[in-house]
Design a protein around this ligand. Structure first.
Ligand code: NAD
Length: 496
């Protein structure tokens, strides 16, 4: 294993009760562009250390919940400033450990800060208690802190999907134990440490590892809420682990988001073509809300495919994430690369035609890293695995459809319902959008290009439970507590 000259090796440790805690064993995080290069080391937290972190959070909660919302907002704003000051360093680390190009890593930090700012601006009105005087007396509705939050994040957007939990959880008066993914643990841990430096010891704790630590976080009786982003299969284990102690949960899970192009879509709109290509291949397709299957009305299908290939070949430049020409980097890890390759090979065996997209800027790098050339898959059947499963990588099937009812059915028969998009004349598109089972539907754009942190984000069906972002993404870290003061104390139907 070599360490590239001039690139610092990062070592992160668990953070428990304000202290960095050494672990007996550490794991190496490789660079996906060059798997022999170690970007940094992170610990394998033991079960005992995970318990310590949870107990530290439970201890800190007793005083933290007494702090005023104003104090919490001041601390969070200081943390935001510190992240901003360290932004370049964070972005470079994220890009090296994840493989996403620099512009994409910048985008992730940009969205994270936008959300943290929103949470600071909105926390006070969102958590303000409501007092209602009515004909039967007075009712007070307060948004109380829940307690210890176990926050478990995935590898694809490790900073955004950690801060999406940390900011509202702390602003609402809870304490937290964060576990980033072992596939991208370094930048998320750095950001969590920066935030933690502005808060009292024990309010934010960070542990590392995979399922073993995850099981402790999701079953420990001191944990009262789980905020999880990751795969649907993992969520099923989490629900079981949490069932003994009935924990509050927000689950943001997988998706198989469809993009539907209606007859009224203008295939000559080059900007729209660029938008759909980006919606398929940003972050090498490794986004929960990326458009993962494309349905095009048969009347425009052939022309659409031709224009799509032109647009894809213009936008997709596969290379070094640190090269400003690169738009698509490697896949994050070998398991994911092999999974995506398997789906494409399976589609080919079933008779589909596979078209390679974009240009490879550096063949040597491409051969040594976890790179995959983006592919377009044509001629597959509507129920082929590449269509119905979440590929989470740089490949996309495009299928024709004949009428709206058929495509709405194809959309809604999925077990998932995270996001979707409808493209065409706005009126037609909104009319179809209303019939889709999805947490968010975008019109004439898709994926992160249509994301708005001011509104709730989450999925129907097996794409999750609950919502993040928006005012709901703050209130989800509270228990709703009603204090009733009825005027009429004796109920008329209860006998004397
Ligand atoms: P994953 O489910 O494998 O892992 C997610 C996290 O769960 C990691 O930190 C992992 O260590 C931890 N974990 C694994 N087993 C656990 C267990 N038994 N108990 C507790 N924690 C456990 O997911 P991933 O591969 O990191 O991420 C990709 C998936 O995440 C995709 O399905 C994607 O769609 C989904 N995702 C969803 C959203 C959303 O907002 N809906 C956003 C991003 C990613």
């Amino acid at each position: 294993m070599t360490i590239q000259a001039g690139q610092e090796t990062i070592i992160v440790e668990a953070l428990i009760n304000g202290q960095n805690v050494k672990s007996l064993s550490q794991l190496a995080k490789e660079n996906p562009t060059n798997p022999t290069e170690i970007v940094g080391y992170f610990p394998v937290t033991t079960k005992e250390q995970a318990v310590e972190a949870i107990e530290a959070a439970a201890g800190a909660f007793k005083t933290w919940k007494q702090t005023s919302i104003d104090e919490r907002i001041i601390m969070m704003r200081k943390a935001i400033e510190k992240i901003r000051a360290a932004e370049n360093e964070i972005v470079h680390l994220l890009s090296r450990e994840h493989g996403k190009p620099l512009y994409d890593a910048h985008g992730e930090v940009y969205v994270s800060l936008m959300w943290m700012e929103f949470a600071c601006n909105e926390a006070k009105p969102a958590l303000q208690e409501e007092i209602k005087e009515h004909e039967n007396g007075k009712t007070i509705l307060s948004y109380d802190s829940i307690g210890v939050v176990a926050a478990i994040s995935p590898w694809n957007y490790p900073i955004a999907l950690s801060t999406i939990k940390i900011a509202p959880a702390l602003l609402a008066g809870n304490t937290i134990v964060l576990k980033p993914s072992p596939f991208a643990p370094l930048a998320a841990a750095k950001v969590a440490e920066i935030i933690a430096s502005e808060f009292p010891a024990g309010v934010i704790n960070v542990v590392h590892g995979d399922a073993d630590v995850g099981v402790e976080l999701t079953s420990n009786p001191y944990v009262t809420k789980i905020a999880f982003t990751g795969g649907t299969a993992t969520a099923k284990h989490i629900i079981k682990a949490a069932s003994e102690t009935i924990k509050d949960m927000t689950l943001e899970l997988g998706g198989n988001d469809a993009a539907i192009f209606l007859e009224s879509f203008d295939v000559h709109d080059e900007r729209a073509m660029r938008r759909i290509v980006i919606s398929n291949f940003l972050t090498a397709g490794q986004i929960c809300m990326i458009a993962k299957r494309v349905y095009v009305h048969r009347s425009i299908y052939d022309e659409f495919v031709g224009k799509y290939i032109e647009a894809a070949n213009r936008w997709i430049r596969i290379g070094d994430p640190f090269d400003s020409n690169t738009t698509v980097g490697p896949v994050n890890n070998l398991k994911q690369k092999n999974y995506v390759l398997g789906l494409v090979e399976d589609a080919q065996k079933r008779g589909a035609k596979v078209i390679l997209l974009g240009q490879i800027l550096d063949q040597k790098l491409f051969d040594q890293g976890y790179y995959l050339q983006p592919t377009l898959v044509l001629g597959c059947n509507v129920h082929d695995p590449i269509v119905v499963e979440e590929q989470f990588g740089p490949t996309v099937p495009i299928l024709p459809f004949d009428d709206e009812e058929q495509v709405i059915h194809l959309h809604n028969e999925s077990i998932y319902g995270l996001t979707s998009s409808v493209w065409g004349k706005e009126k037609d598109a909104i009319s179809v959008a209303r019939k889709l089972e999805a947490g968010t539907t975008m019109i004439n754009t898709a994926a992160v290009q249509g994301l708005d942190v001011r509104f709730p984000f989450g999925g129907f069906k097996q794409s999750g439970i609950g919502r993040e972002y928006g005012v709901e993404g703050i209130r989800t870290y509270t228990e709703k507590h009603v204090i009733n003061v009825p005027k009429t104390l004796d109920l008329p139907y209860i006998p004397e």
